[in-house]
Write a protein that binds this ligand. Structure first.
Ligand SMILES: NC(=O)c1ccc[n+]([C@@H]2O[C@H](COP(=O)([O-])OP(=O)(O)OC[C@H]3O[C@@H](n4cnc5c(N)ncnc54)[C@H](OP(=O)(O)O)[C@@H]3O)[C@@H](O)[C@H]2O)c1
Length: 241
């Protein structure tokens, strides 16, 4: 019998790894993609693929492998992302380009494949609250998440017409390696959630078919409230962060 896979991009750590574990516990076949994947597959329900999603040639190889799958892809989870923290002017061109190649071009490339050559039913784009705030210390990362967020919302009806449900999931701050790397540099004043809690929230939202899903409904309200603020004031407040 042909399988229906869950494809987790960035499934070796953090939120992606939690999604992989929870899906496997539910008995769902999973394909996990990350640079550090060892390429081994444990049993018939789990496939690990090593791929640097910031590289076009790697993404092309991945798409070719996925096209040969004996089955369809139920859901794609776009978790893989890179962060750059610090003074933008001091971010090397190389690091910035890697970030954009993964967080922007990688999303564009794989989304085109998901909507055309791959048999995908549903896509979750993992956005961040950073998509709404012009954070000076994470300008490239925030901008890349704003791109992903608007991209998902803009695509919603177009993708639906092709039979694919594209949803943008706004994850809260989480206790992952992603966060660990920058926690010491950022004066954090907000609560950070366990990635397991966020993964189970995302997986329990299967019946929610809306374009945008917030982990915390508070984040949606903050966003609405922010739209009432003069833009200049917002930039002034958040460009200090
Ligand atoms: N952590 C937070 O506070 C937070 C808050 C809101 C939203 N988010 C979003 O949630 C998502 C997951 O974040 P996280 O904190 O779980 O991240 P994480 O712990 O850093 O894990 C990132 C995953 O992506 C993979 N990855 C990174 N670069 C890759 C590349 N070039 N090619 C292939 N895979 C790559 C990593 O594996 P390899 O290193 O092995 O490649 C890893 O599996 C991201 O989209 C992030 O923007 C995070």
């Amino acid at each position: 019998m042909s399988k229906s896979y869950h494809l987790v991009l960035g499934g070796s750590q953090g939120l992606g790894a939690e999604l992989v574990q929870q899906l496997l516990k539910k008995g769902q076949p999973v394909i996990s993609v990350a640079r550090s994947s060892d390429g081994t597959s444990a049993g018939s329900g789990f496939i690990a693929i090593a791929c640097d999603l910031s590289r076009q040639s790697d993404r092309e190889d991945l798409i070719a492998q996925l096209q040969k799958l004996p089955g369809e892809i139920d859901t794609v989870y776009f978790c893989a992302a890179q962060m750059a923290y610090g003074d933008y002017a001091e971010t090397s061109l190389e690091e910035g380009s890697r970030l954009l190649n993964l967080n922007v071009l990688g999303v564009h490339h794989l989304m085109q494949a998901a909507l055309s050559s791959l048999k995908v039913k549903r896509v979750y784009l993992i956005s961040s609250e950073a998509a709404f705030f012009p954070l000076a210390s994470m300008s490239l990362y925030s901008a890349s998440k704003a791109f992903l967020h608007q991209f998902g919302l803009s695509l919603y009806w177009n993708a639906l017409a092709r039979g694919v449900l594209v949803q943008t999931y706004v994850a809260p701050p989480m206790k992952t390696q992603f966060d660990q790397k920058y926690a010491s540099k950022m004066k954090r004043r907000f609560h950070r959630f366990e990635p397991s809690t966020v993964a189970s929230h995302l997986l329990s939202a299967r019946d929610n078919h809306s374009p945008e899903i917030f982990f915390q409904s508070k984040a949606g309200w903050i966003r609405k409230l922010m739209s009432l603020f003069p833009r200049k004031l917002l930039v002034k407040i958040f460009s200090q962060v």
